[in-house]
Design a protein around this ligand. Structure first.
Ligand code: AMP
Length: 839
């Protein structure tokens, strides 16, 4: 009966009562670890930061129930996030505590601690706790495989432990030899200290399992003879009694105590002859005990409850002396009735059931009826709640769909108006990128101001999108919903000199509020989120060799790093490490960087510090103690992939597909696909960690020796969980030619939008970066084309098949990356497999 959900799903358990050892991101904090019988999208879960403690087995999700509860069942669930997530705990342990300071690891009756958890991301797996536990605090501790991300949603089931018994203290149980058979009467599930006497714990006497008449047998499968009973032989008790002390959470007014005893007198076991109970409310035992003698000698050998009246005495501890009626005394359960509550165990002496607590009087029928009513009401309320939630979700989806359709229609109208306006020079909403000297802005018809100094790859689409009131409204609404602390209005203003690169846009600093503090605070916090092997490198040991390039953050220098290999330690052997000093690339934040850029630079460091993959550029060390902030990465001899490919020619078929000659500037399509495969491999790794790169392009990949390709530029990447979808809101400039339609229009960045960008990157590779994607389209037309993807009326324009691109790669892979429905796009795992096969 005691199997009520305790409030993780319903929200009865407050957010502040759910905590965790660590969290992977703000959106996977402990408070999201609520089991959900799938009324939602399966998103939101607690995910520990497995990288904060490699191989960490100490990660936990803790629930504080605020008072003692009898917990009989637990439920766990993973995270599927509408098919995007793949995280669950295959195995876990449970720890619990009654006082919040001493913790006990739960184990089953056979001593196993590990519980088999989830096998997929959506099913709820329920586990009966046998034995049940009495606790206020419960911790779920996933058994972590370092290569997998674990996420959990949980629920606890049981009822409140109104009994108030927090521990009992007994002498250790004895062993009987019955006709050559070893019979053990120890308290095998006792959770307190077990030296000499058992103290400060609860165990079999409160586990809700009552012994059978024949103590040699048990309900518990595989249990040894005597399992259900705790028992003592009178030989070791010269005073003729066994003393048991019961401690309670506070003072109760006790009516009676029920003791379930064996009465197998044919084997020397009998009910106790007399029970003398002492009471204590303060420090001293009161001098006048209650004494009770069972009336008549029972003739039957059945096990039974004996009720010991306690005379409405008040106490916070009770000490009872049970006098032997024969050679052996065997108890299987003890329960108390007090003025405030009844611990009802009167459902039948041989029933193996859960105890239940009802705040009622003494009529057992009434208690059962009332419990049934409560269950019924609980079920009805739950059903109504589920139905309401489903209705709300359906309505919300319909409204959202309608808004998008309306927005799209409105957008078409706006576009028409805009076109007319251009022709009549009345294009008032446009911001002209090449403003005329006098500031009239009439020198250009480009809608998007090009701010990013080094590249035309980044534009500012938000202006056109903001022309769509419904879109703007929706996006703002969603952004507010997903970014509760954003405070966008106060931060939306950017210098009048133009929009920042999107990696600097204000919205980013709003994504993680911890990053929006002062730089000192950020620096102080920095190492908290870093891989522990990443350390501050003494900057005086860096010797400048040459400038490698310049990016959004500042210059990148080739440097010699003295003693770097020793600094990194033996487990981080770098290629060419025998040479000392080691050549490294040092990316420096420019001196005049604003706060957002500094925060993003630090964020890139934090993200990169967690990544280890052969196709991801490795961050070796940092210099963040003083300005300028620097990140030291491995040196990639051939620079970025865009420039690298630009300088090559396609090897003609007559030349064969053989390996390139040394020094040749020709490259075969096989080699190009090999490069794409390496990028897919790096992205596969990122997606396994739920990281969304958000700026995948050839310009952000680097080329090392032997055409090794590694993904770099993590300034924009984020780990993807609920609330992390990046909504375009500020005046960010974005790489619109690489972005999926939903990223541009809805500001939604997912692994599937990275797949879209991969399709464009693959196209760049196979065209040897000779032209920009959609080079024949203006920026406005690219946005317009995005609208066509959204409208899906067959008018959208795809990038054409590159000359050297095999039909299969174009038809089956490249085009599939640009499918309108994000769920229909392939995963990086599939892309990688396909490219591996095609080589
Ligand atoms: P970024 O600021 O990361 O965009 O880098 C700017 C440029 O510096 C790139 O386009 C590369 O040409 C060069 N660069 C950056 N990192 C490295 C590196 N690890 N090895 C070699 N060149 C690099």
């Amino acid at each position: 009966m005691c199997r009520y959900p305790l409030g993780m799903t319903s929200g009865q358990i407050q957010d502040e009562d759910i905590s965790a050892s660590s969290q992977w991101s703000e959106s996977t904090a402990a408070r999201f670890g609520r089991l959900d019988f799938d009324t939602g999208d399966g998103d939101g879960a607690w995910c520990p930061d497995i990288m904060s403690e490699p191989g960490g087995f100490k990660e936990y999700l803790q629930v504080d129930l605020r008072s003692l509860h009898f917990i009989t069942l637990v439920g766990t669930q993973g995270r599927h996030a509408d098919g995007m997530g793949n995280e669950f705990a295959q195995r876990y342990r449970i720890k619990y505590s009654r006082d919040g300071s001493s913790w006990v690891g739960w184990h089953d009756r056979m001593g196993n601690q590990v519980i088999e958890g989830n096998k997929n991301t959506y099913d709820v797996v329920l586990k009966d706790l046998e034995p049940p536990i009495v606790a206020r605090f419960v911790r779920f501790m996933p058994v972590i495989d370092p290569s997998l991300i674990v996420c959990m949603r949980v629920e606890l089931y049981g009822c409140e432990w109104l009994d108030g018994l927090v521990s009992y203290s007994i002498p250790d149980g004895h062993q009987m030899i019955y006709r050559g058979l070893d019979v053990f009467f120890n308290d095998s599930v006792y959770d307190g200290a077990t030296a000499q006497r058992l103290t400060k714990g609860l165990g079999q006497l409160t586990d809700g399992t009552w012994g059978l008449d024949d103590f040699l047998h048990s309900h518990v499968p595989g249990a040894w003879p005597g399992y259900d009973y705790v028992g003592w032989s009178n030989k070791t008790f010269p005073k003729g009694y066994v003393e048991v002390v019961f401690d309670f959470d506070h003072i109760h007014n006790f009516t009676s105590m029920k003791v379930h005893c064996s009465n197998m007198f044919s084997r020397g076991v009998r009910l106790f002859r007399q029970a003398t109970c002492f009471f204590r409310s303060e420090s001293e035992w009161e001098p006048d005990p209650m004494t009770f003698r069972p009336s008549a000698e029972p003739l039957s050998q059945s096990a039974r409850f004996v009720t010991v009246p306690l005379g409405d005495r008040t106490a916070s501890s009770i000490k009872c002396r049970f006098h032997f009626g024969d050679q052996w005394l065997l108890f299987s359960e003890v329960a108390f009735q007090s003025g405030s509550a009844v611990y009802n165990t009167s459902l039948g002496p041989h029933k193996h059931g859960q105890p239940k607590k009802t705040p009622l009087g003494d009529d057992p029928t009434h208690k059962v009826d009332d419990s049934n009513t409560r269950i019924l009401i609980g079920c009805l309320v739950a059903i109504i709640a589920i139905l309401l939630t489903i209705i709300v979700i359906i309505l919300w989806r319909q409204v959202w769909q309608k808004m998008l359709e309306k927005a799209s229609r409105r957008w078409l109208d706006d576009e028409l108006t805009a076109r007319l306006a251009v022709q009549t020079q009345a294009f008032s909403f446009l911001r002209f990128s090449q403003s005329s000297e006098d500031g009239s802005g009439s020198g250009s018809i480009s809608t998007y101001e090009r701010i990013y100094p080094a590249s035309a790859d980044y534009q500012e689409p938000s202006r056109l999108i903001r022309k769509l009131p419904e879109f703007a409204e929706c996006a703002e609404h969603l952004a507010r919903a997903s970014l509760p602390e954003s405070g966008t209005s106060s931060r939306a203003g950017v210098g009048s000199d133009g929009a920042p690169h999107y990696a600097e846009a204000d919205i980013i600093s709003l994504q993680e509020s911890s990053d929006s503090g002062s730089i000192t605070a950020v620096n102080m916090n920095l190492f908290a989120g870093l891989d522990s092997t990443l350390r501050e490198f003494p900057r005086e040991k860096l010797t400048f060799k040459e400038k490698l390039g310049e990016g959004q953050f500042g210059e990148v220098h080739l440097c010699e790093a003295e003693d770097m290999q020793n600094f990194l330690g033996e487990d981080t052997l770098m290629e060419g490490s025998s040479k000392s000093p080691l050549l490294v690339a040092v990316k420096m934040l420019r001196e005049d960087a604003n706060k957002n850029a500094r925060n993003d630079f630090l964020k890139e460091i934090r993200i990169m510090s967690r990544l280890r993959d052969p196709n991801i550029v490795r961050l070796l060390a940092v210099c963040v103690d003083t300005d300028p902030l620097c990140m030291i990465t491995e040196y990639m001899e051939n620079g970025d992939l865009n420039q690298f490919l630009c300088s090559l020619r396609l090897k003609t078929l007559t030349g064969g597909e053989a390996d390139q000659q040394e020094g040749s500037n020709e490259v075969s399509s096989v080699k190009l696909l090999g490069m794409a495969m390496q990028i897919a491999s790096g992205m596969k790794y990122l997606s396994s960690l739920n990281f969304v790169h958000r700026d995948l392009a050839t310009r952000n990949c680097l080329v090392g020796k032997n055409d090794t390709i590694k993904i770099a530029d993590f300034g924009m990447s984020r780990n993807l969980y609920r609330g992390d979808y990046f909504r375009i809101q500020g005046r960010a400039v974005l790489p619109i030619r690489w972005m999926s339609w939903e990223s541009i229009l809805l500001g939604k960045f997912t692994m599937a939008s990275d797949v879209w960008a991969f399709g464009v990157t693959l196209w760049e590779i196979l065209t040897l970066c000779k032209e920009q994607p959609y080079s024949q389209l203006s920026d406005e037309q690219v946005i317009e084309n995005t609208g066509e993807f959204f409208r899906n009326q067959g008018k959208q324009v795809y990038l054409p098949q590159p000359q050297c691109c095999p039909d299969r790669i174009y038809g089956d892979l490249m085009l599939s990356c640009w499918r309108r429905n994000a769920k229909e796009r392939p995963s990086f795992q599939e892309i990688h497999a396909q490219l591996t096969e095609s080589r």
